[in-house]
Design a protein around this ligand. Structure first.
Ligand code: BG6
Length: 510
């Protein structure tokens, strides 16, 4: 985007500003956008929280967050000073109308000072229980009346199940129009994920083979080494299916499986994605055990350090039956994907932090080479890696140099860090700029959220109503429970991973 393209005035009002999100992600994001000169001259950030801290303390906290988490590293004193002059803090009670009157006064004062109508962004970095309180008061104070210039950003968790997600949507809709609502899924802001759209729809090469005739199956793995850290209280009521599959993983699946959009208009892209969600087979409750696996980590070893089991984590019920690992086999029932399995898995305290999508192609229809030539032969495979490697690998067969015809799998690779210098923007930078510019392409529309919940409800219901008898069932530092291996092995496949820092698979590392 051109520098300073956005010349409008912007007021960013963060509810829950003293919390982790503002410190860790939002401020480093907005600060980098500022350094890139993409924020308008007229920009103000108002943090609102019930925490009793001074404005100075608030600014210092944000400063520390930038120094710690910004992709650019420590800030330069002069630059930060200039930025922080536009940062304000209000210690306030979200339930009091006077809080919203104050906000209204700020807005009027700034718009007068700037002599222009500002884009007002209400960012809800608050627990879901507060959303109704805050949005209804925003409405009551008349703060959402300027439909064109007022936006609301909502963080996950977006509901706990289909019913609560619907309720949340109805609450938001009472005050805001759908096109004012930006539901964040930070995965969609990642460069590597946006690149999948470029890869699929800006190249003629892959589209003709991107279907059931050539693709055997698809795998999506998002594994984390960390446990639940200080988020035990939230996580113990969520679990891996709600925390990762309902949103990030299903969104990735949609990007892989969607039909080509006619344009990159926000609604057109989201229409194509929601079509995928509607085509994904919804399981009967009786089928859940065949297609979904859950796990909970026990204590174990990670990089030589002993780590606790999930039930020993802070904020977690010592008898918890919450899954910290989930794997599901999905089918997309349409012409393009009928009978092609999409295996997805995610978990905490696993052996590596990896986010990767693998498109496994079918074998060649006929093997013309002699048996000894094809001992190492592997079907083509496309690996779209999001983390830690950021790039794309296409596996194909090559002749090993020598007098004999011997085939070996080799990779053609595209690697971001080798191809481009400098750091790509973080997801929050991209997403915050999109909100400012009013581009909702990378945000979850109401029907996407509800369709994703609807799809998972049978699994959630069965898991919630039948406590697991074998938890904990995987050791920290492993690749999850054995049942997850069985889920894919019974179809004759195995989970494919990239071996870190090597050019090979790490199948032997599993
Ligand atoms: C969040 C989940 O949405 O995504 C966390 O709530 C998870 O539990 C995180 O750790 C993973 O994000 P990333 O970008 O580190 O893969």
């Amino acid at each position: 985007m051109d520098k300073k393209k956005n010349q409008e005035s912007v007021i960013l009002i963060i509810f829950g500003a003293a919390g982790d999100l503002t410190w860790r992600l939002l401020t480093p994001g907005i600060y980098n956008v500022y350094l890139d000169e993409r924020l308008p001259e007229n920009f103000a950030l108002y943090g609102i929280d019930s925490k009793d801290i001074s404005e100075k303390k608030f600014r210092d906290q944000l400063h520390a967050g930038v120094d710690k988490f910004s992709r650019r590293g420590k800030s330069k004193s002069e630059e930060w000073k200039k930025f922080e002059s536009g940062v304000n803090y209000l210690q306030a009670d979200f339930t009091k109308n006077e809080t919203y009157q104050k906000i209204s006064q700020w807005i009027s004062k700034l718009e007068k000072e700037w002599d222009s109508k500002a884009i007002k962004i209400f960012y809800l970095a608050i627990p879901p229980d507060f959303i109704e309180t805050v949005t209804s008061r925003i409405g009551k104070a008349g703060l959402a009346r300027d439909r064109k210039n007022t936006r609301i950003v909502v963080e996950k968790p977006f509901g706990h199940n289909l019913q609560s997600a619907r309720e949340l949507n109805r609450i938001l809709e009472k005050t805001f129009d759908e096109n004012q609502i930006y539901r964040i899924d930070h995965y969609l802001g990642k460069e590597t994920i946006q690149n999948i759209l470029a890869f699929r729809f800006a190249n003629a090469l892959f589209e003709p083979i991107w279907n059931r005739n050539f693709i055997d199956h698809v795998q999506i793995t998002i594994s984390e080494k960390l446990g639940v850290e200080h988020r035990g209280g939230y996580y113990d009521h969520a679990g891996a299916l709600r925390d990762m599959i309902q949103n990030h993983i299903l969104q990735l699946l949609c990007i892989i499986a969607m039909e080509p959009p006619v344009s990159f208009d926000a609604n057109e892209v989201r229409n194509k994605k929601v079509d995928v969600l509607h085509a994904i087979r919804k399981y009967n409750r009786d089928d859940v055990h065949r297609y979904a696996v859950r796990g909970e980590y026990d204590s174990g070893w990670i990089q030589g350090n002993k780590v606790s089991g999930y039930r020993e984590e802070e904020g977690v019920d010592p008898n918890s039956g919450t899954e910290t690992f989930a794997a599901v086999k999905f089918f997309v029932d349409n012409w393009r994907w009928q009978d092609v399995p999409f295996y997805v898995r995610t978990g905490k305290r696993m052996a590596e932090k990896i986010s990767v999508i693998t498109i496994q192609f079918r074998p060649v229809p006929h093997q013309s080479f002699p048996i000894e030539a094809v001992e190492n032969w592997q079907a083509n495979r496309l690996v779209l890696s999001i983390y830690p490697e950021k790039g794309i690998r296409l596996r194909f067969q090559a002749k090993q140099p020598g007098l004999k015809m011997l085939l070996n799998p080799e990779d053609m690779t595209f690697n971001y860090s080798r191809a481009y210098s400098g750091q790509p923007p973080d997801a929050y930078e991209t997403l915050l700029m999109d909100v400012i510019e009013g581009d909702a392409t990378l945000f979850m529309r109401v029907d996407q959220v509800e369709a994703a919940w609807d799809l998972l409800m049978p699994i959630l219901e069965i898991w919630d109503s039948t406590p697991p008898t074998d938890f904990p069932n995987y050791s920290a530092g492993s690749w999850g429970p054995e049942d997850a291996e069985a889920l894919i092995a019974k179809d004759g496949h195995n989970w494919i991973l990239l071996q870190l820092n090597k050019e090979e698979d790490n199948e032997e590392n599993k």
